[in-house]
Design a protein around this ligand. Structure first.
Ligand code: FPP
Length: 580
């Protein structure tokens, strides 16, 4: 919790409090198991009612209700995890590792995924379905086994024992022997084996996840592995004491791990979260807007939004949210619609150099670039731009390392599925070719294109696997085929006919082409559509751009004289200084 962005911490505590409360109710030993089960059921029913009404009289339920509403948490999954805790009451232990694993997953996978949801809401495009990442379930198992060992003494005091019977048999240890706290060689071997097993799972998962997660979540995971490792060290050092008292990691060791991790996390959040998003205000505003739109989170509409693996397009807000204001309260310049460019195209350059310059991996640059795009899209909506096209992945970009390419695709997917872009009145169009593109990327692009097809605000064209010459070649080939089939007369091929055979013929001409990061070239970007575009080059790398830079580019455009080869400015596209 101390490593999460500050804005998310209260909700982390709320989740922790709710889960602990449920767990404590079951473990309390007060009353009969039936009475405890009934108390937990009543609490859970009250929680569902609170979540529907959006408030509660109970402080823990109120905190959880607020966290669910505030951060758009997956309520169904959370309640499923609570139900799994509740099911513990019906049994006294587990027979096999397989059963143990199922219990571990059912109770524990939802919580870290909720943290990821919070990070997405903080503006970081991260994968939410951690359980689909190779190695993550192992992490949860390592964590849970450590927890089982830590709680062993309490479990022995009560009636439950959560070490699988099959491993007790293997070490020829009986529950009765453990309960009588006999520190026999067999018990010693059993504890050493379980601690070694937990450590191996934690380390393996850390290795598997190292290259999958972005820096911020990696620090949280790495630190958790180190803290749990320290706990296992303490357990092993404690010897027979593990059967008599809860073993704690000495404070100075805990702080040796946590201190530097907190400093690193603070720096990484500052660098990788969009400005202002590590505070509560923006999220609160978004959620407040959602609250007015959605029914209750338990109702059908919100249930779809919050529920498990989401079908494509289900997070598309209905009705779309208004643009998120800039954190400094800046407003767009007032420019009459007739003076606005209709179509701005951007080469979002400099992500890699920005990241490398800060000593970060290149994919952190793309992640920060996705955040910059969010803000620019807000600015485009605010100023009333009809078409925005961004160069996200060119056919030349395949020359990059497979690792960078796959991370860039993962960022795009996460952004289009869980980011805020499509919460607004944005119609997504994919410009580019599916050839060679991973299916899951193409599916998201197509799916979100379909889901936003009726939007009328801003058309956001995302060029993914796009190449200008390839586009022209395709148009040429299509014309040649049509000519061979006798459908067109080659002598009558006009610009209009050529344009009609372009794969993206609906794309309007570009009025303003902007490239960041100091490069003065257009790099195979929209050669047909940008033939008469005004060019705008700026020095700052794309991750440092925000909506104000878009507005500046548009203002500069309004001062250009658009003659298009004529002696005076064309009436159809009045430059500001001519029209006024
Ligand atoms: C160029 O910088 C940038 C890219 C190849 C990727 C741009 C993609 C994003 C900003 C993510 C977009 C997200 C969505 C949802 C469309 P570079 O890496 O070439 O920088 P360098 O020139 O410094 O190496």
């Amino acid at each position: 919790m101390q490593l999460m962005p500050p804005a998310a911490r209260p909700a982390c505590w709320a989740l922790y409090a709710a889960f602990s409360y449920a767990d404590d109710l079951i473990d309390s030993g007060e009353g009969t198991p039936e009475e405890r089960g009934r108390r937990l059921q009543e609490w859970r029913d009250a929680l569902e009612a609170d979540l529907t009404s959006g408030t509660s009289e109970d402080p823990i339920r109120l905190a959880l209700t607020d966290a669910v509403w505030h951060w758009g948490l997956d309520l169904r999954d959370l309640l499923g995890a609570l139900d799994a805790v509740q099911r513990d009451d019906d049994r006294k232990g587990v027979a096999t590792w397989q059963e143990w694993r199922e219990r571990a997953h059912a109770q524990n996978l939802s919580w870290p995924e909720q943290l990821m949801r919070m990070l997405v809401r903080c503006g970081l495009p991260v994968p939410v379905r951690l359980r689909d990442l190779p190695g993550f379930t192992r992490f949860v198992e390592g964590l849970y086994l450590t927890d089982t060992l830590r709680d062993l003494v309490d479990d022995l005091d009560g009636e439950d024992l959560w070490i699988p019977a099959e491993v007790l048999d293997r070490f020829q240890v009986t529950p009765a022997e453990l309960r009588s706290r006999q520190w026999t060689p067999a018990v010693q071997q059993l504890i050493a084996h379980l601690a070694g097993q937990a450590r191996e799972w934690l380390e393996n998962s850390r290795r598997a996840l190292r290259d999958t997660l972005p820096l911020g979540p990696s620090i949280v995971l790495d630190t958790a592995v180190e803290l749990f490792g320290a706990e296992l060290d303490a357990l092993v050092r404690a010897g027979s004491a593990v059967l008599h008292r809860q073993v704690r990691v000495p404070r100075h060791i805990e702080w040796r791990i946590l201190g530097p991790a907190r400093a690193r996390a603070a720096v990484v959040w500052r660098l990788t979260l969009p400005p202002g998003r590590d505070t509560v205000t923006d999220t609160a505003r978004t959620v407040a807007a959602r609250r007015t739109d959605a029914a209750s989170p338990t109702g059908a509409a919100a249930g779809d939004r919050l529920g498990g693996p989401e079908p494509l397009g289900s997070r598309i807000a209905e009705p779309p949210l208004p643009p998120r204001p800039h954190r400094d309260g800046v407003r767009p310049p007032t420019i009459a619609a007739a003076h606005l460019p209709q179509h701005v195209a951007i080469v979002m350059d400099g992500n890699g150099r920005w990241a490398t310059g800060l000593g970060l991996p290149r994919d952190e640059g793309h992640r920060a670039g996705a955040m910059a795009l969010r803000d620019v899209v807000q600015g485009a909506l605010e100023i009333g731009l009809p078409h925005l096209t961004v160069y996200a992945f060119s056919t030349e970009n395949w020359k990059r390392s497979p690792d960078e390419v796959s991370k860039l695709f993962a960022i795009m997917r996460a952004e289009l599925l869980d980011g805020e872009l499509l919460d607004h009145d944005v119609r997504l169009r994919w410009v580019g070719s599916p050839d060679g593109l991973p299916d899951d990327v193409a599916d998201v692009l197509r799916g979100q294109e379909h889901a936003t097809r009726n939007r009328a605000g801003l058309t956001l064209n995302i060029c993914v696997n796009y190449g200008g010459r390839a586009e022209l070649t395709q148009a040429g080939a299509a014309l040649a085929r049509a000519a061979l089939a006798g459908e067109i007369d080659p002598a009558r091929v006009s610009e209009q006919l050529f344009a009609a055979h372009l794969p993206h013929h609906a794309l309007p001409d570009v009025d303003l082409l902007w490239r960041t990061s100091g490069e003065i070239r257009t790099s195979n970007f929209l050669p047909w559509h940008a033939h008469y575009a005004e060019l705008h080059f700026t020095d700052q790398p794309w991750p440092e751009v925000d909506r104000r830079d878009l507005w500046e580019a548009i203002e500069a455009y309004t001062h250009r004289k658009r003659r298009k080869g004529a002696a005076s400015v064309q009436a159809s596209v009045p430059a500001r200084n001519e029209g006024e």
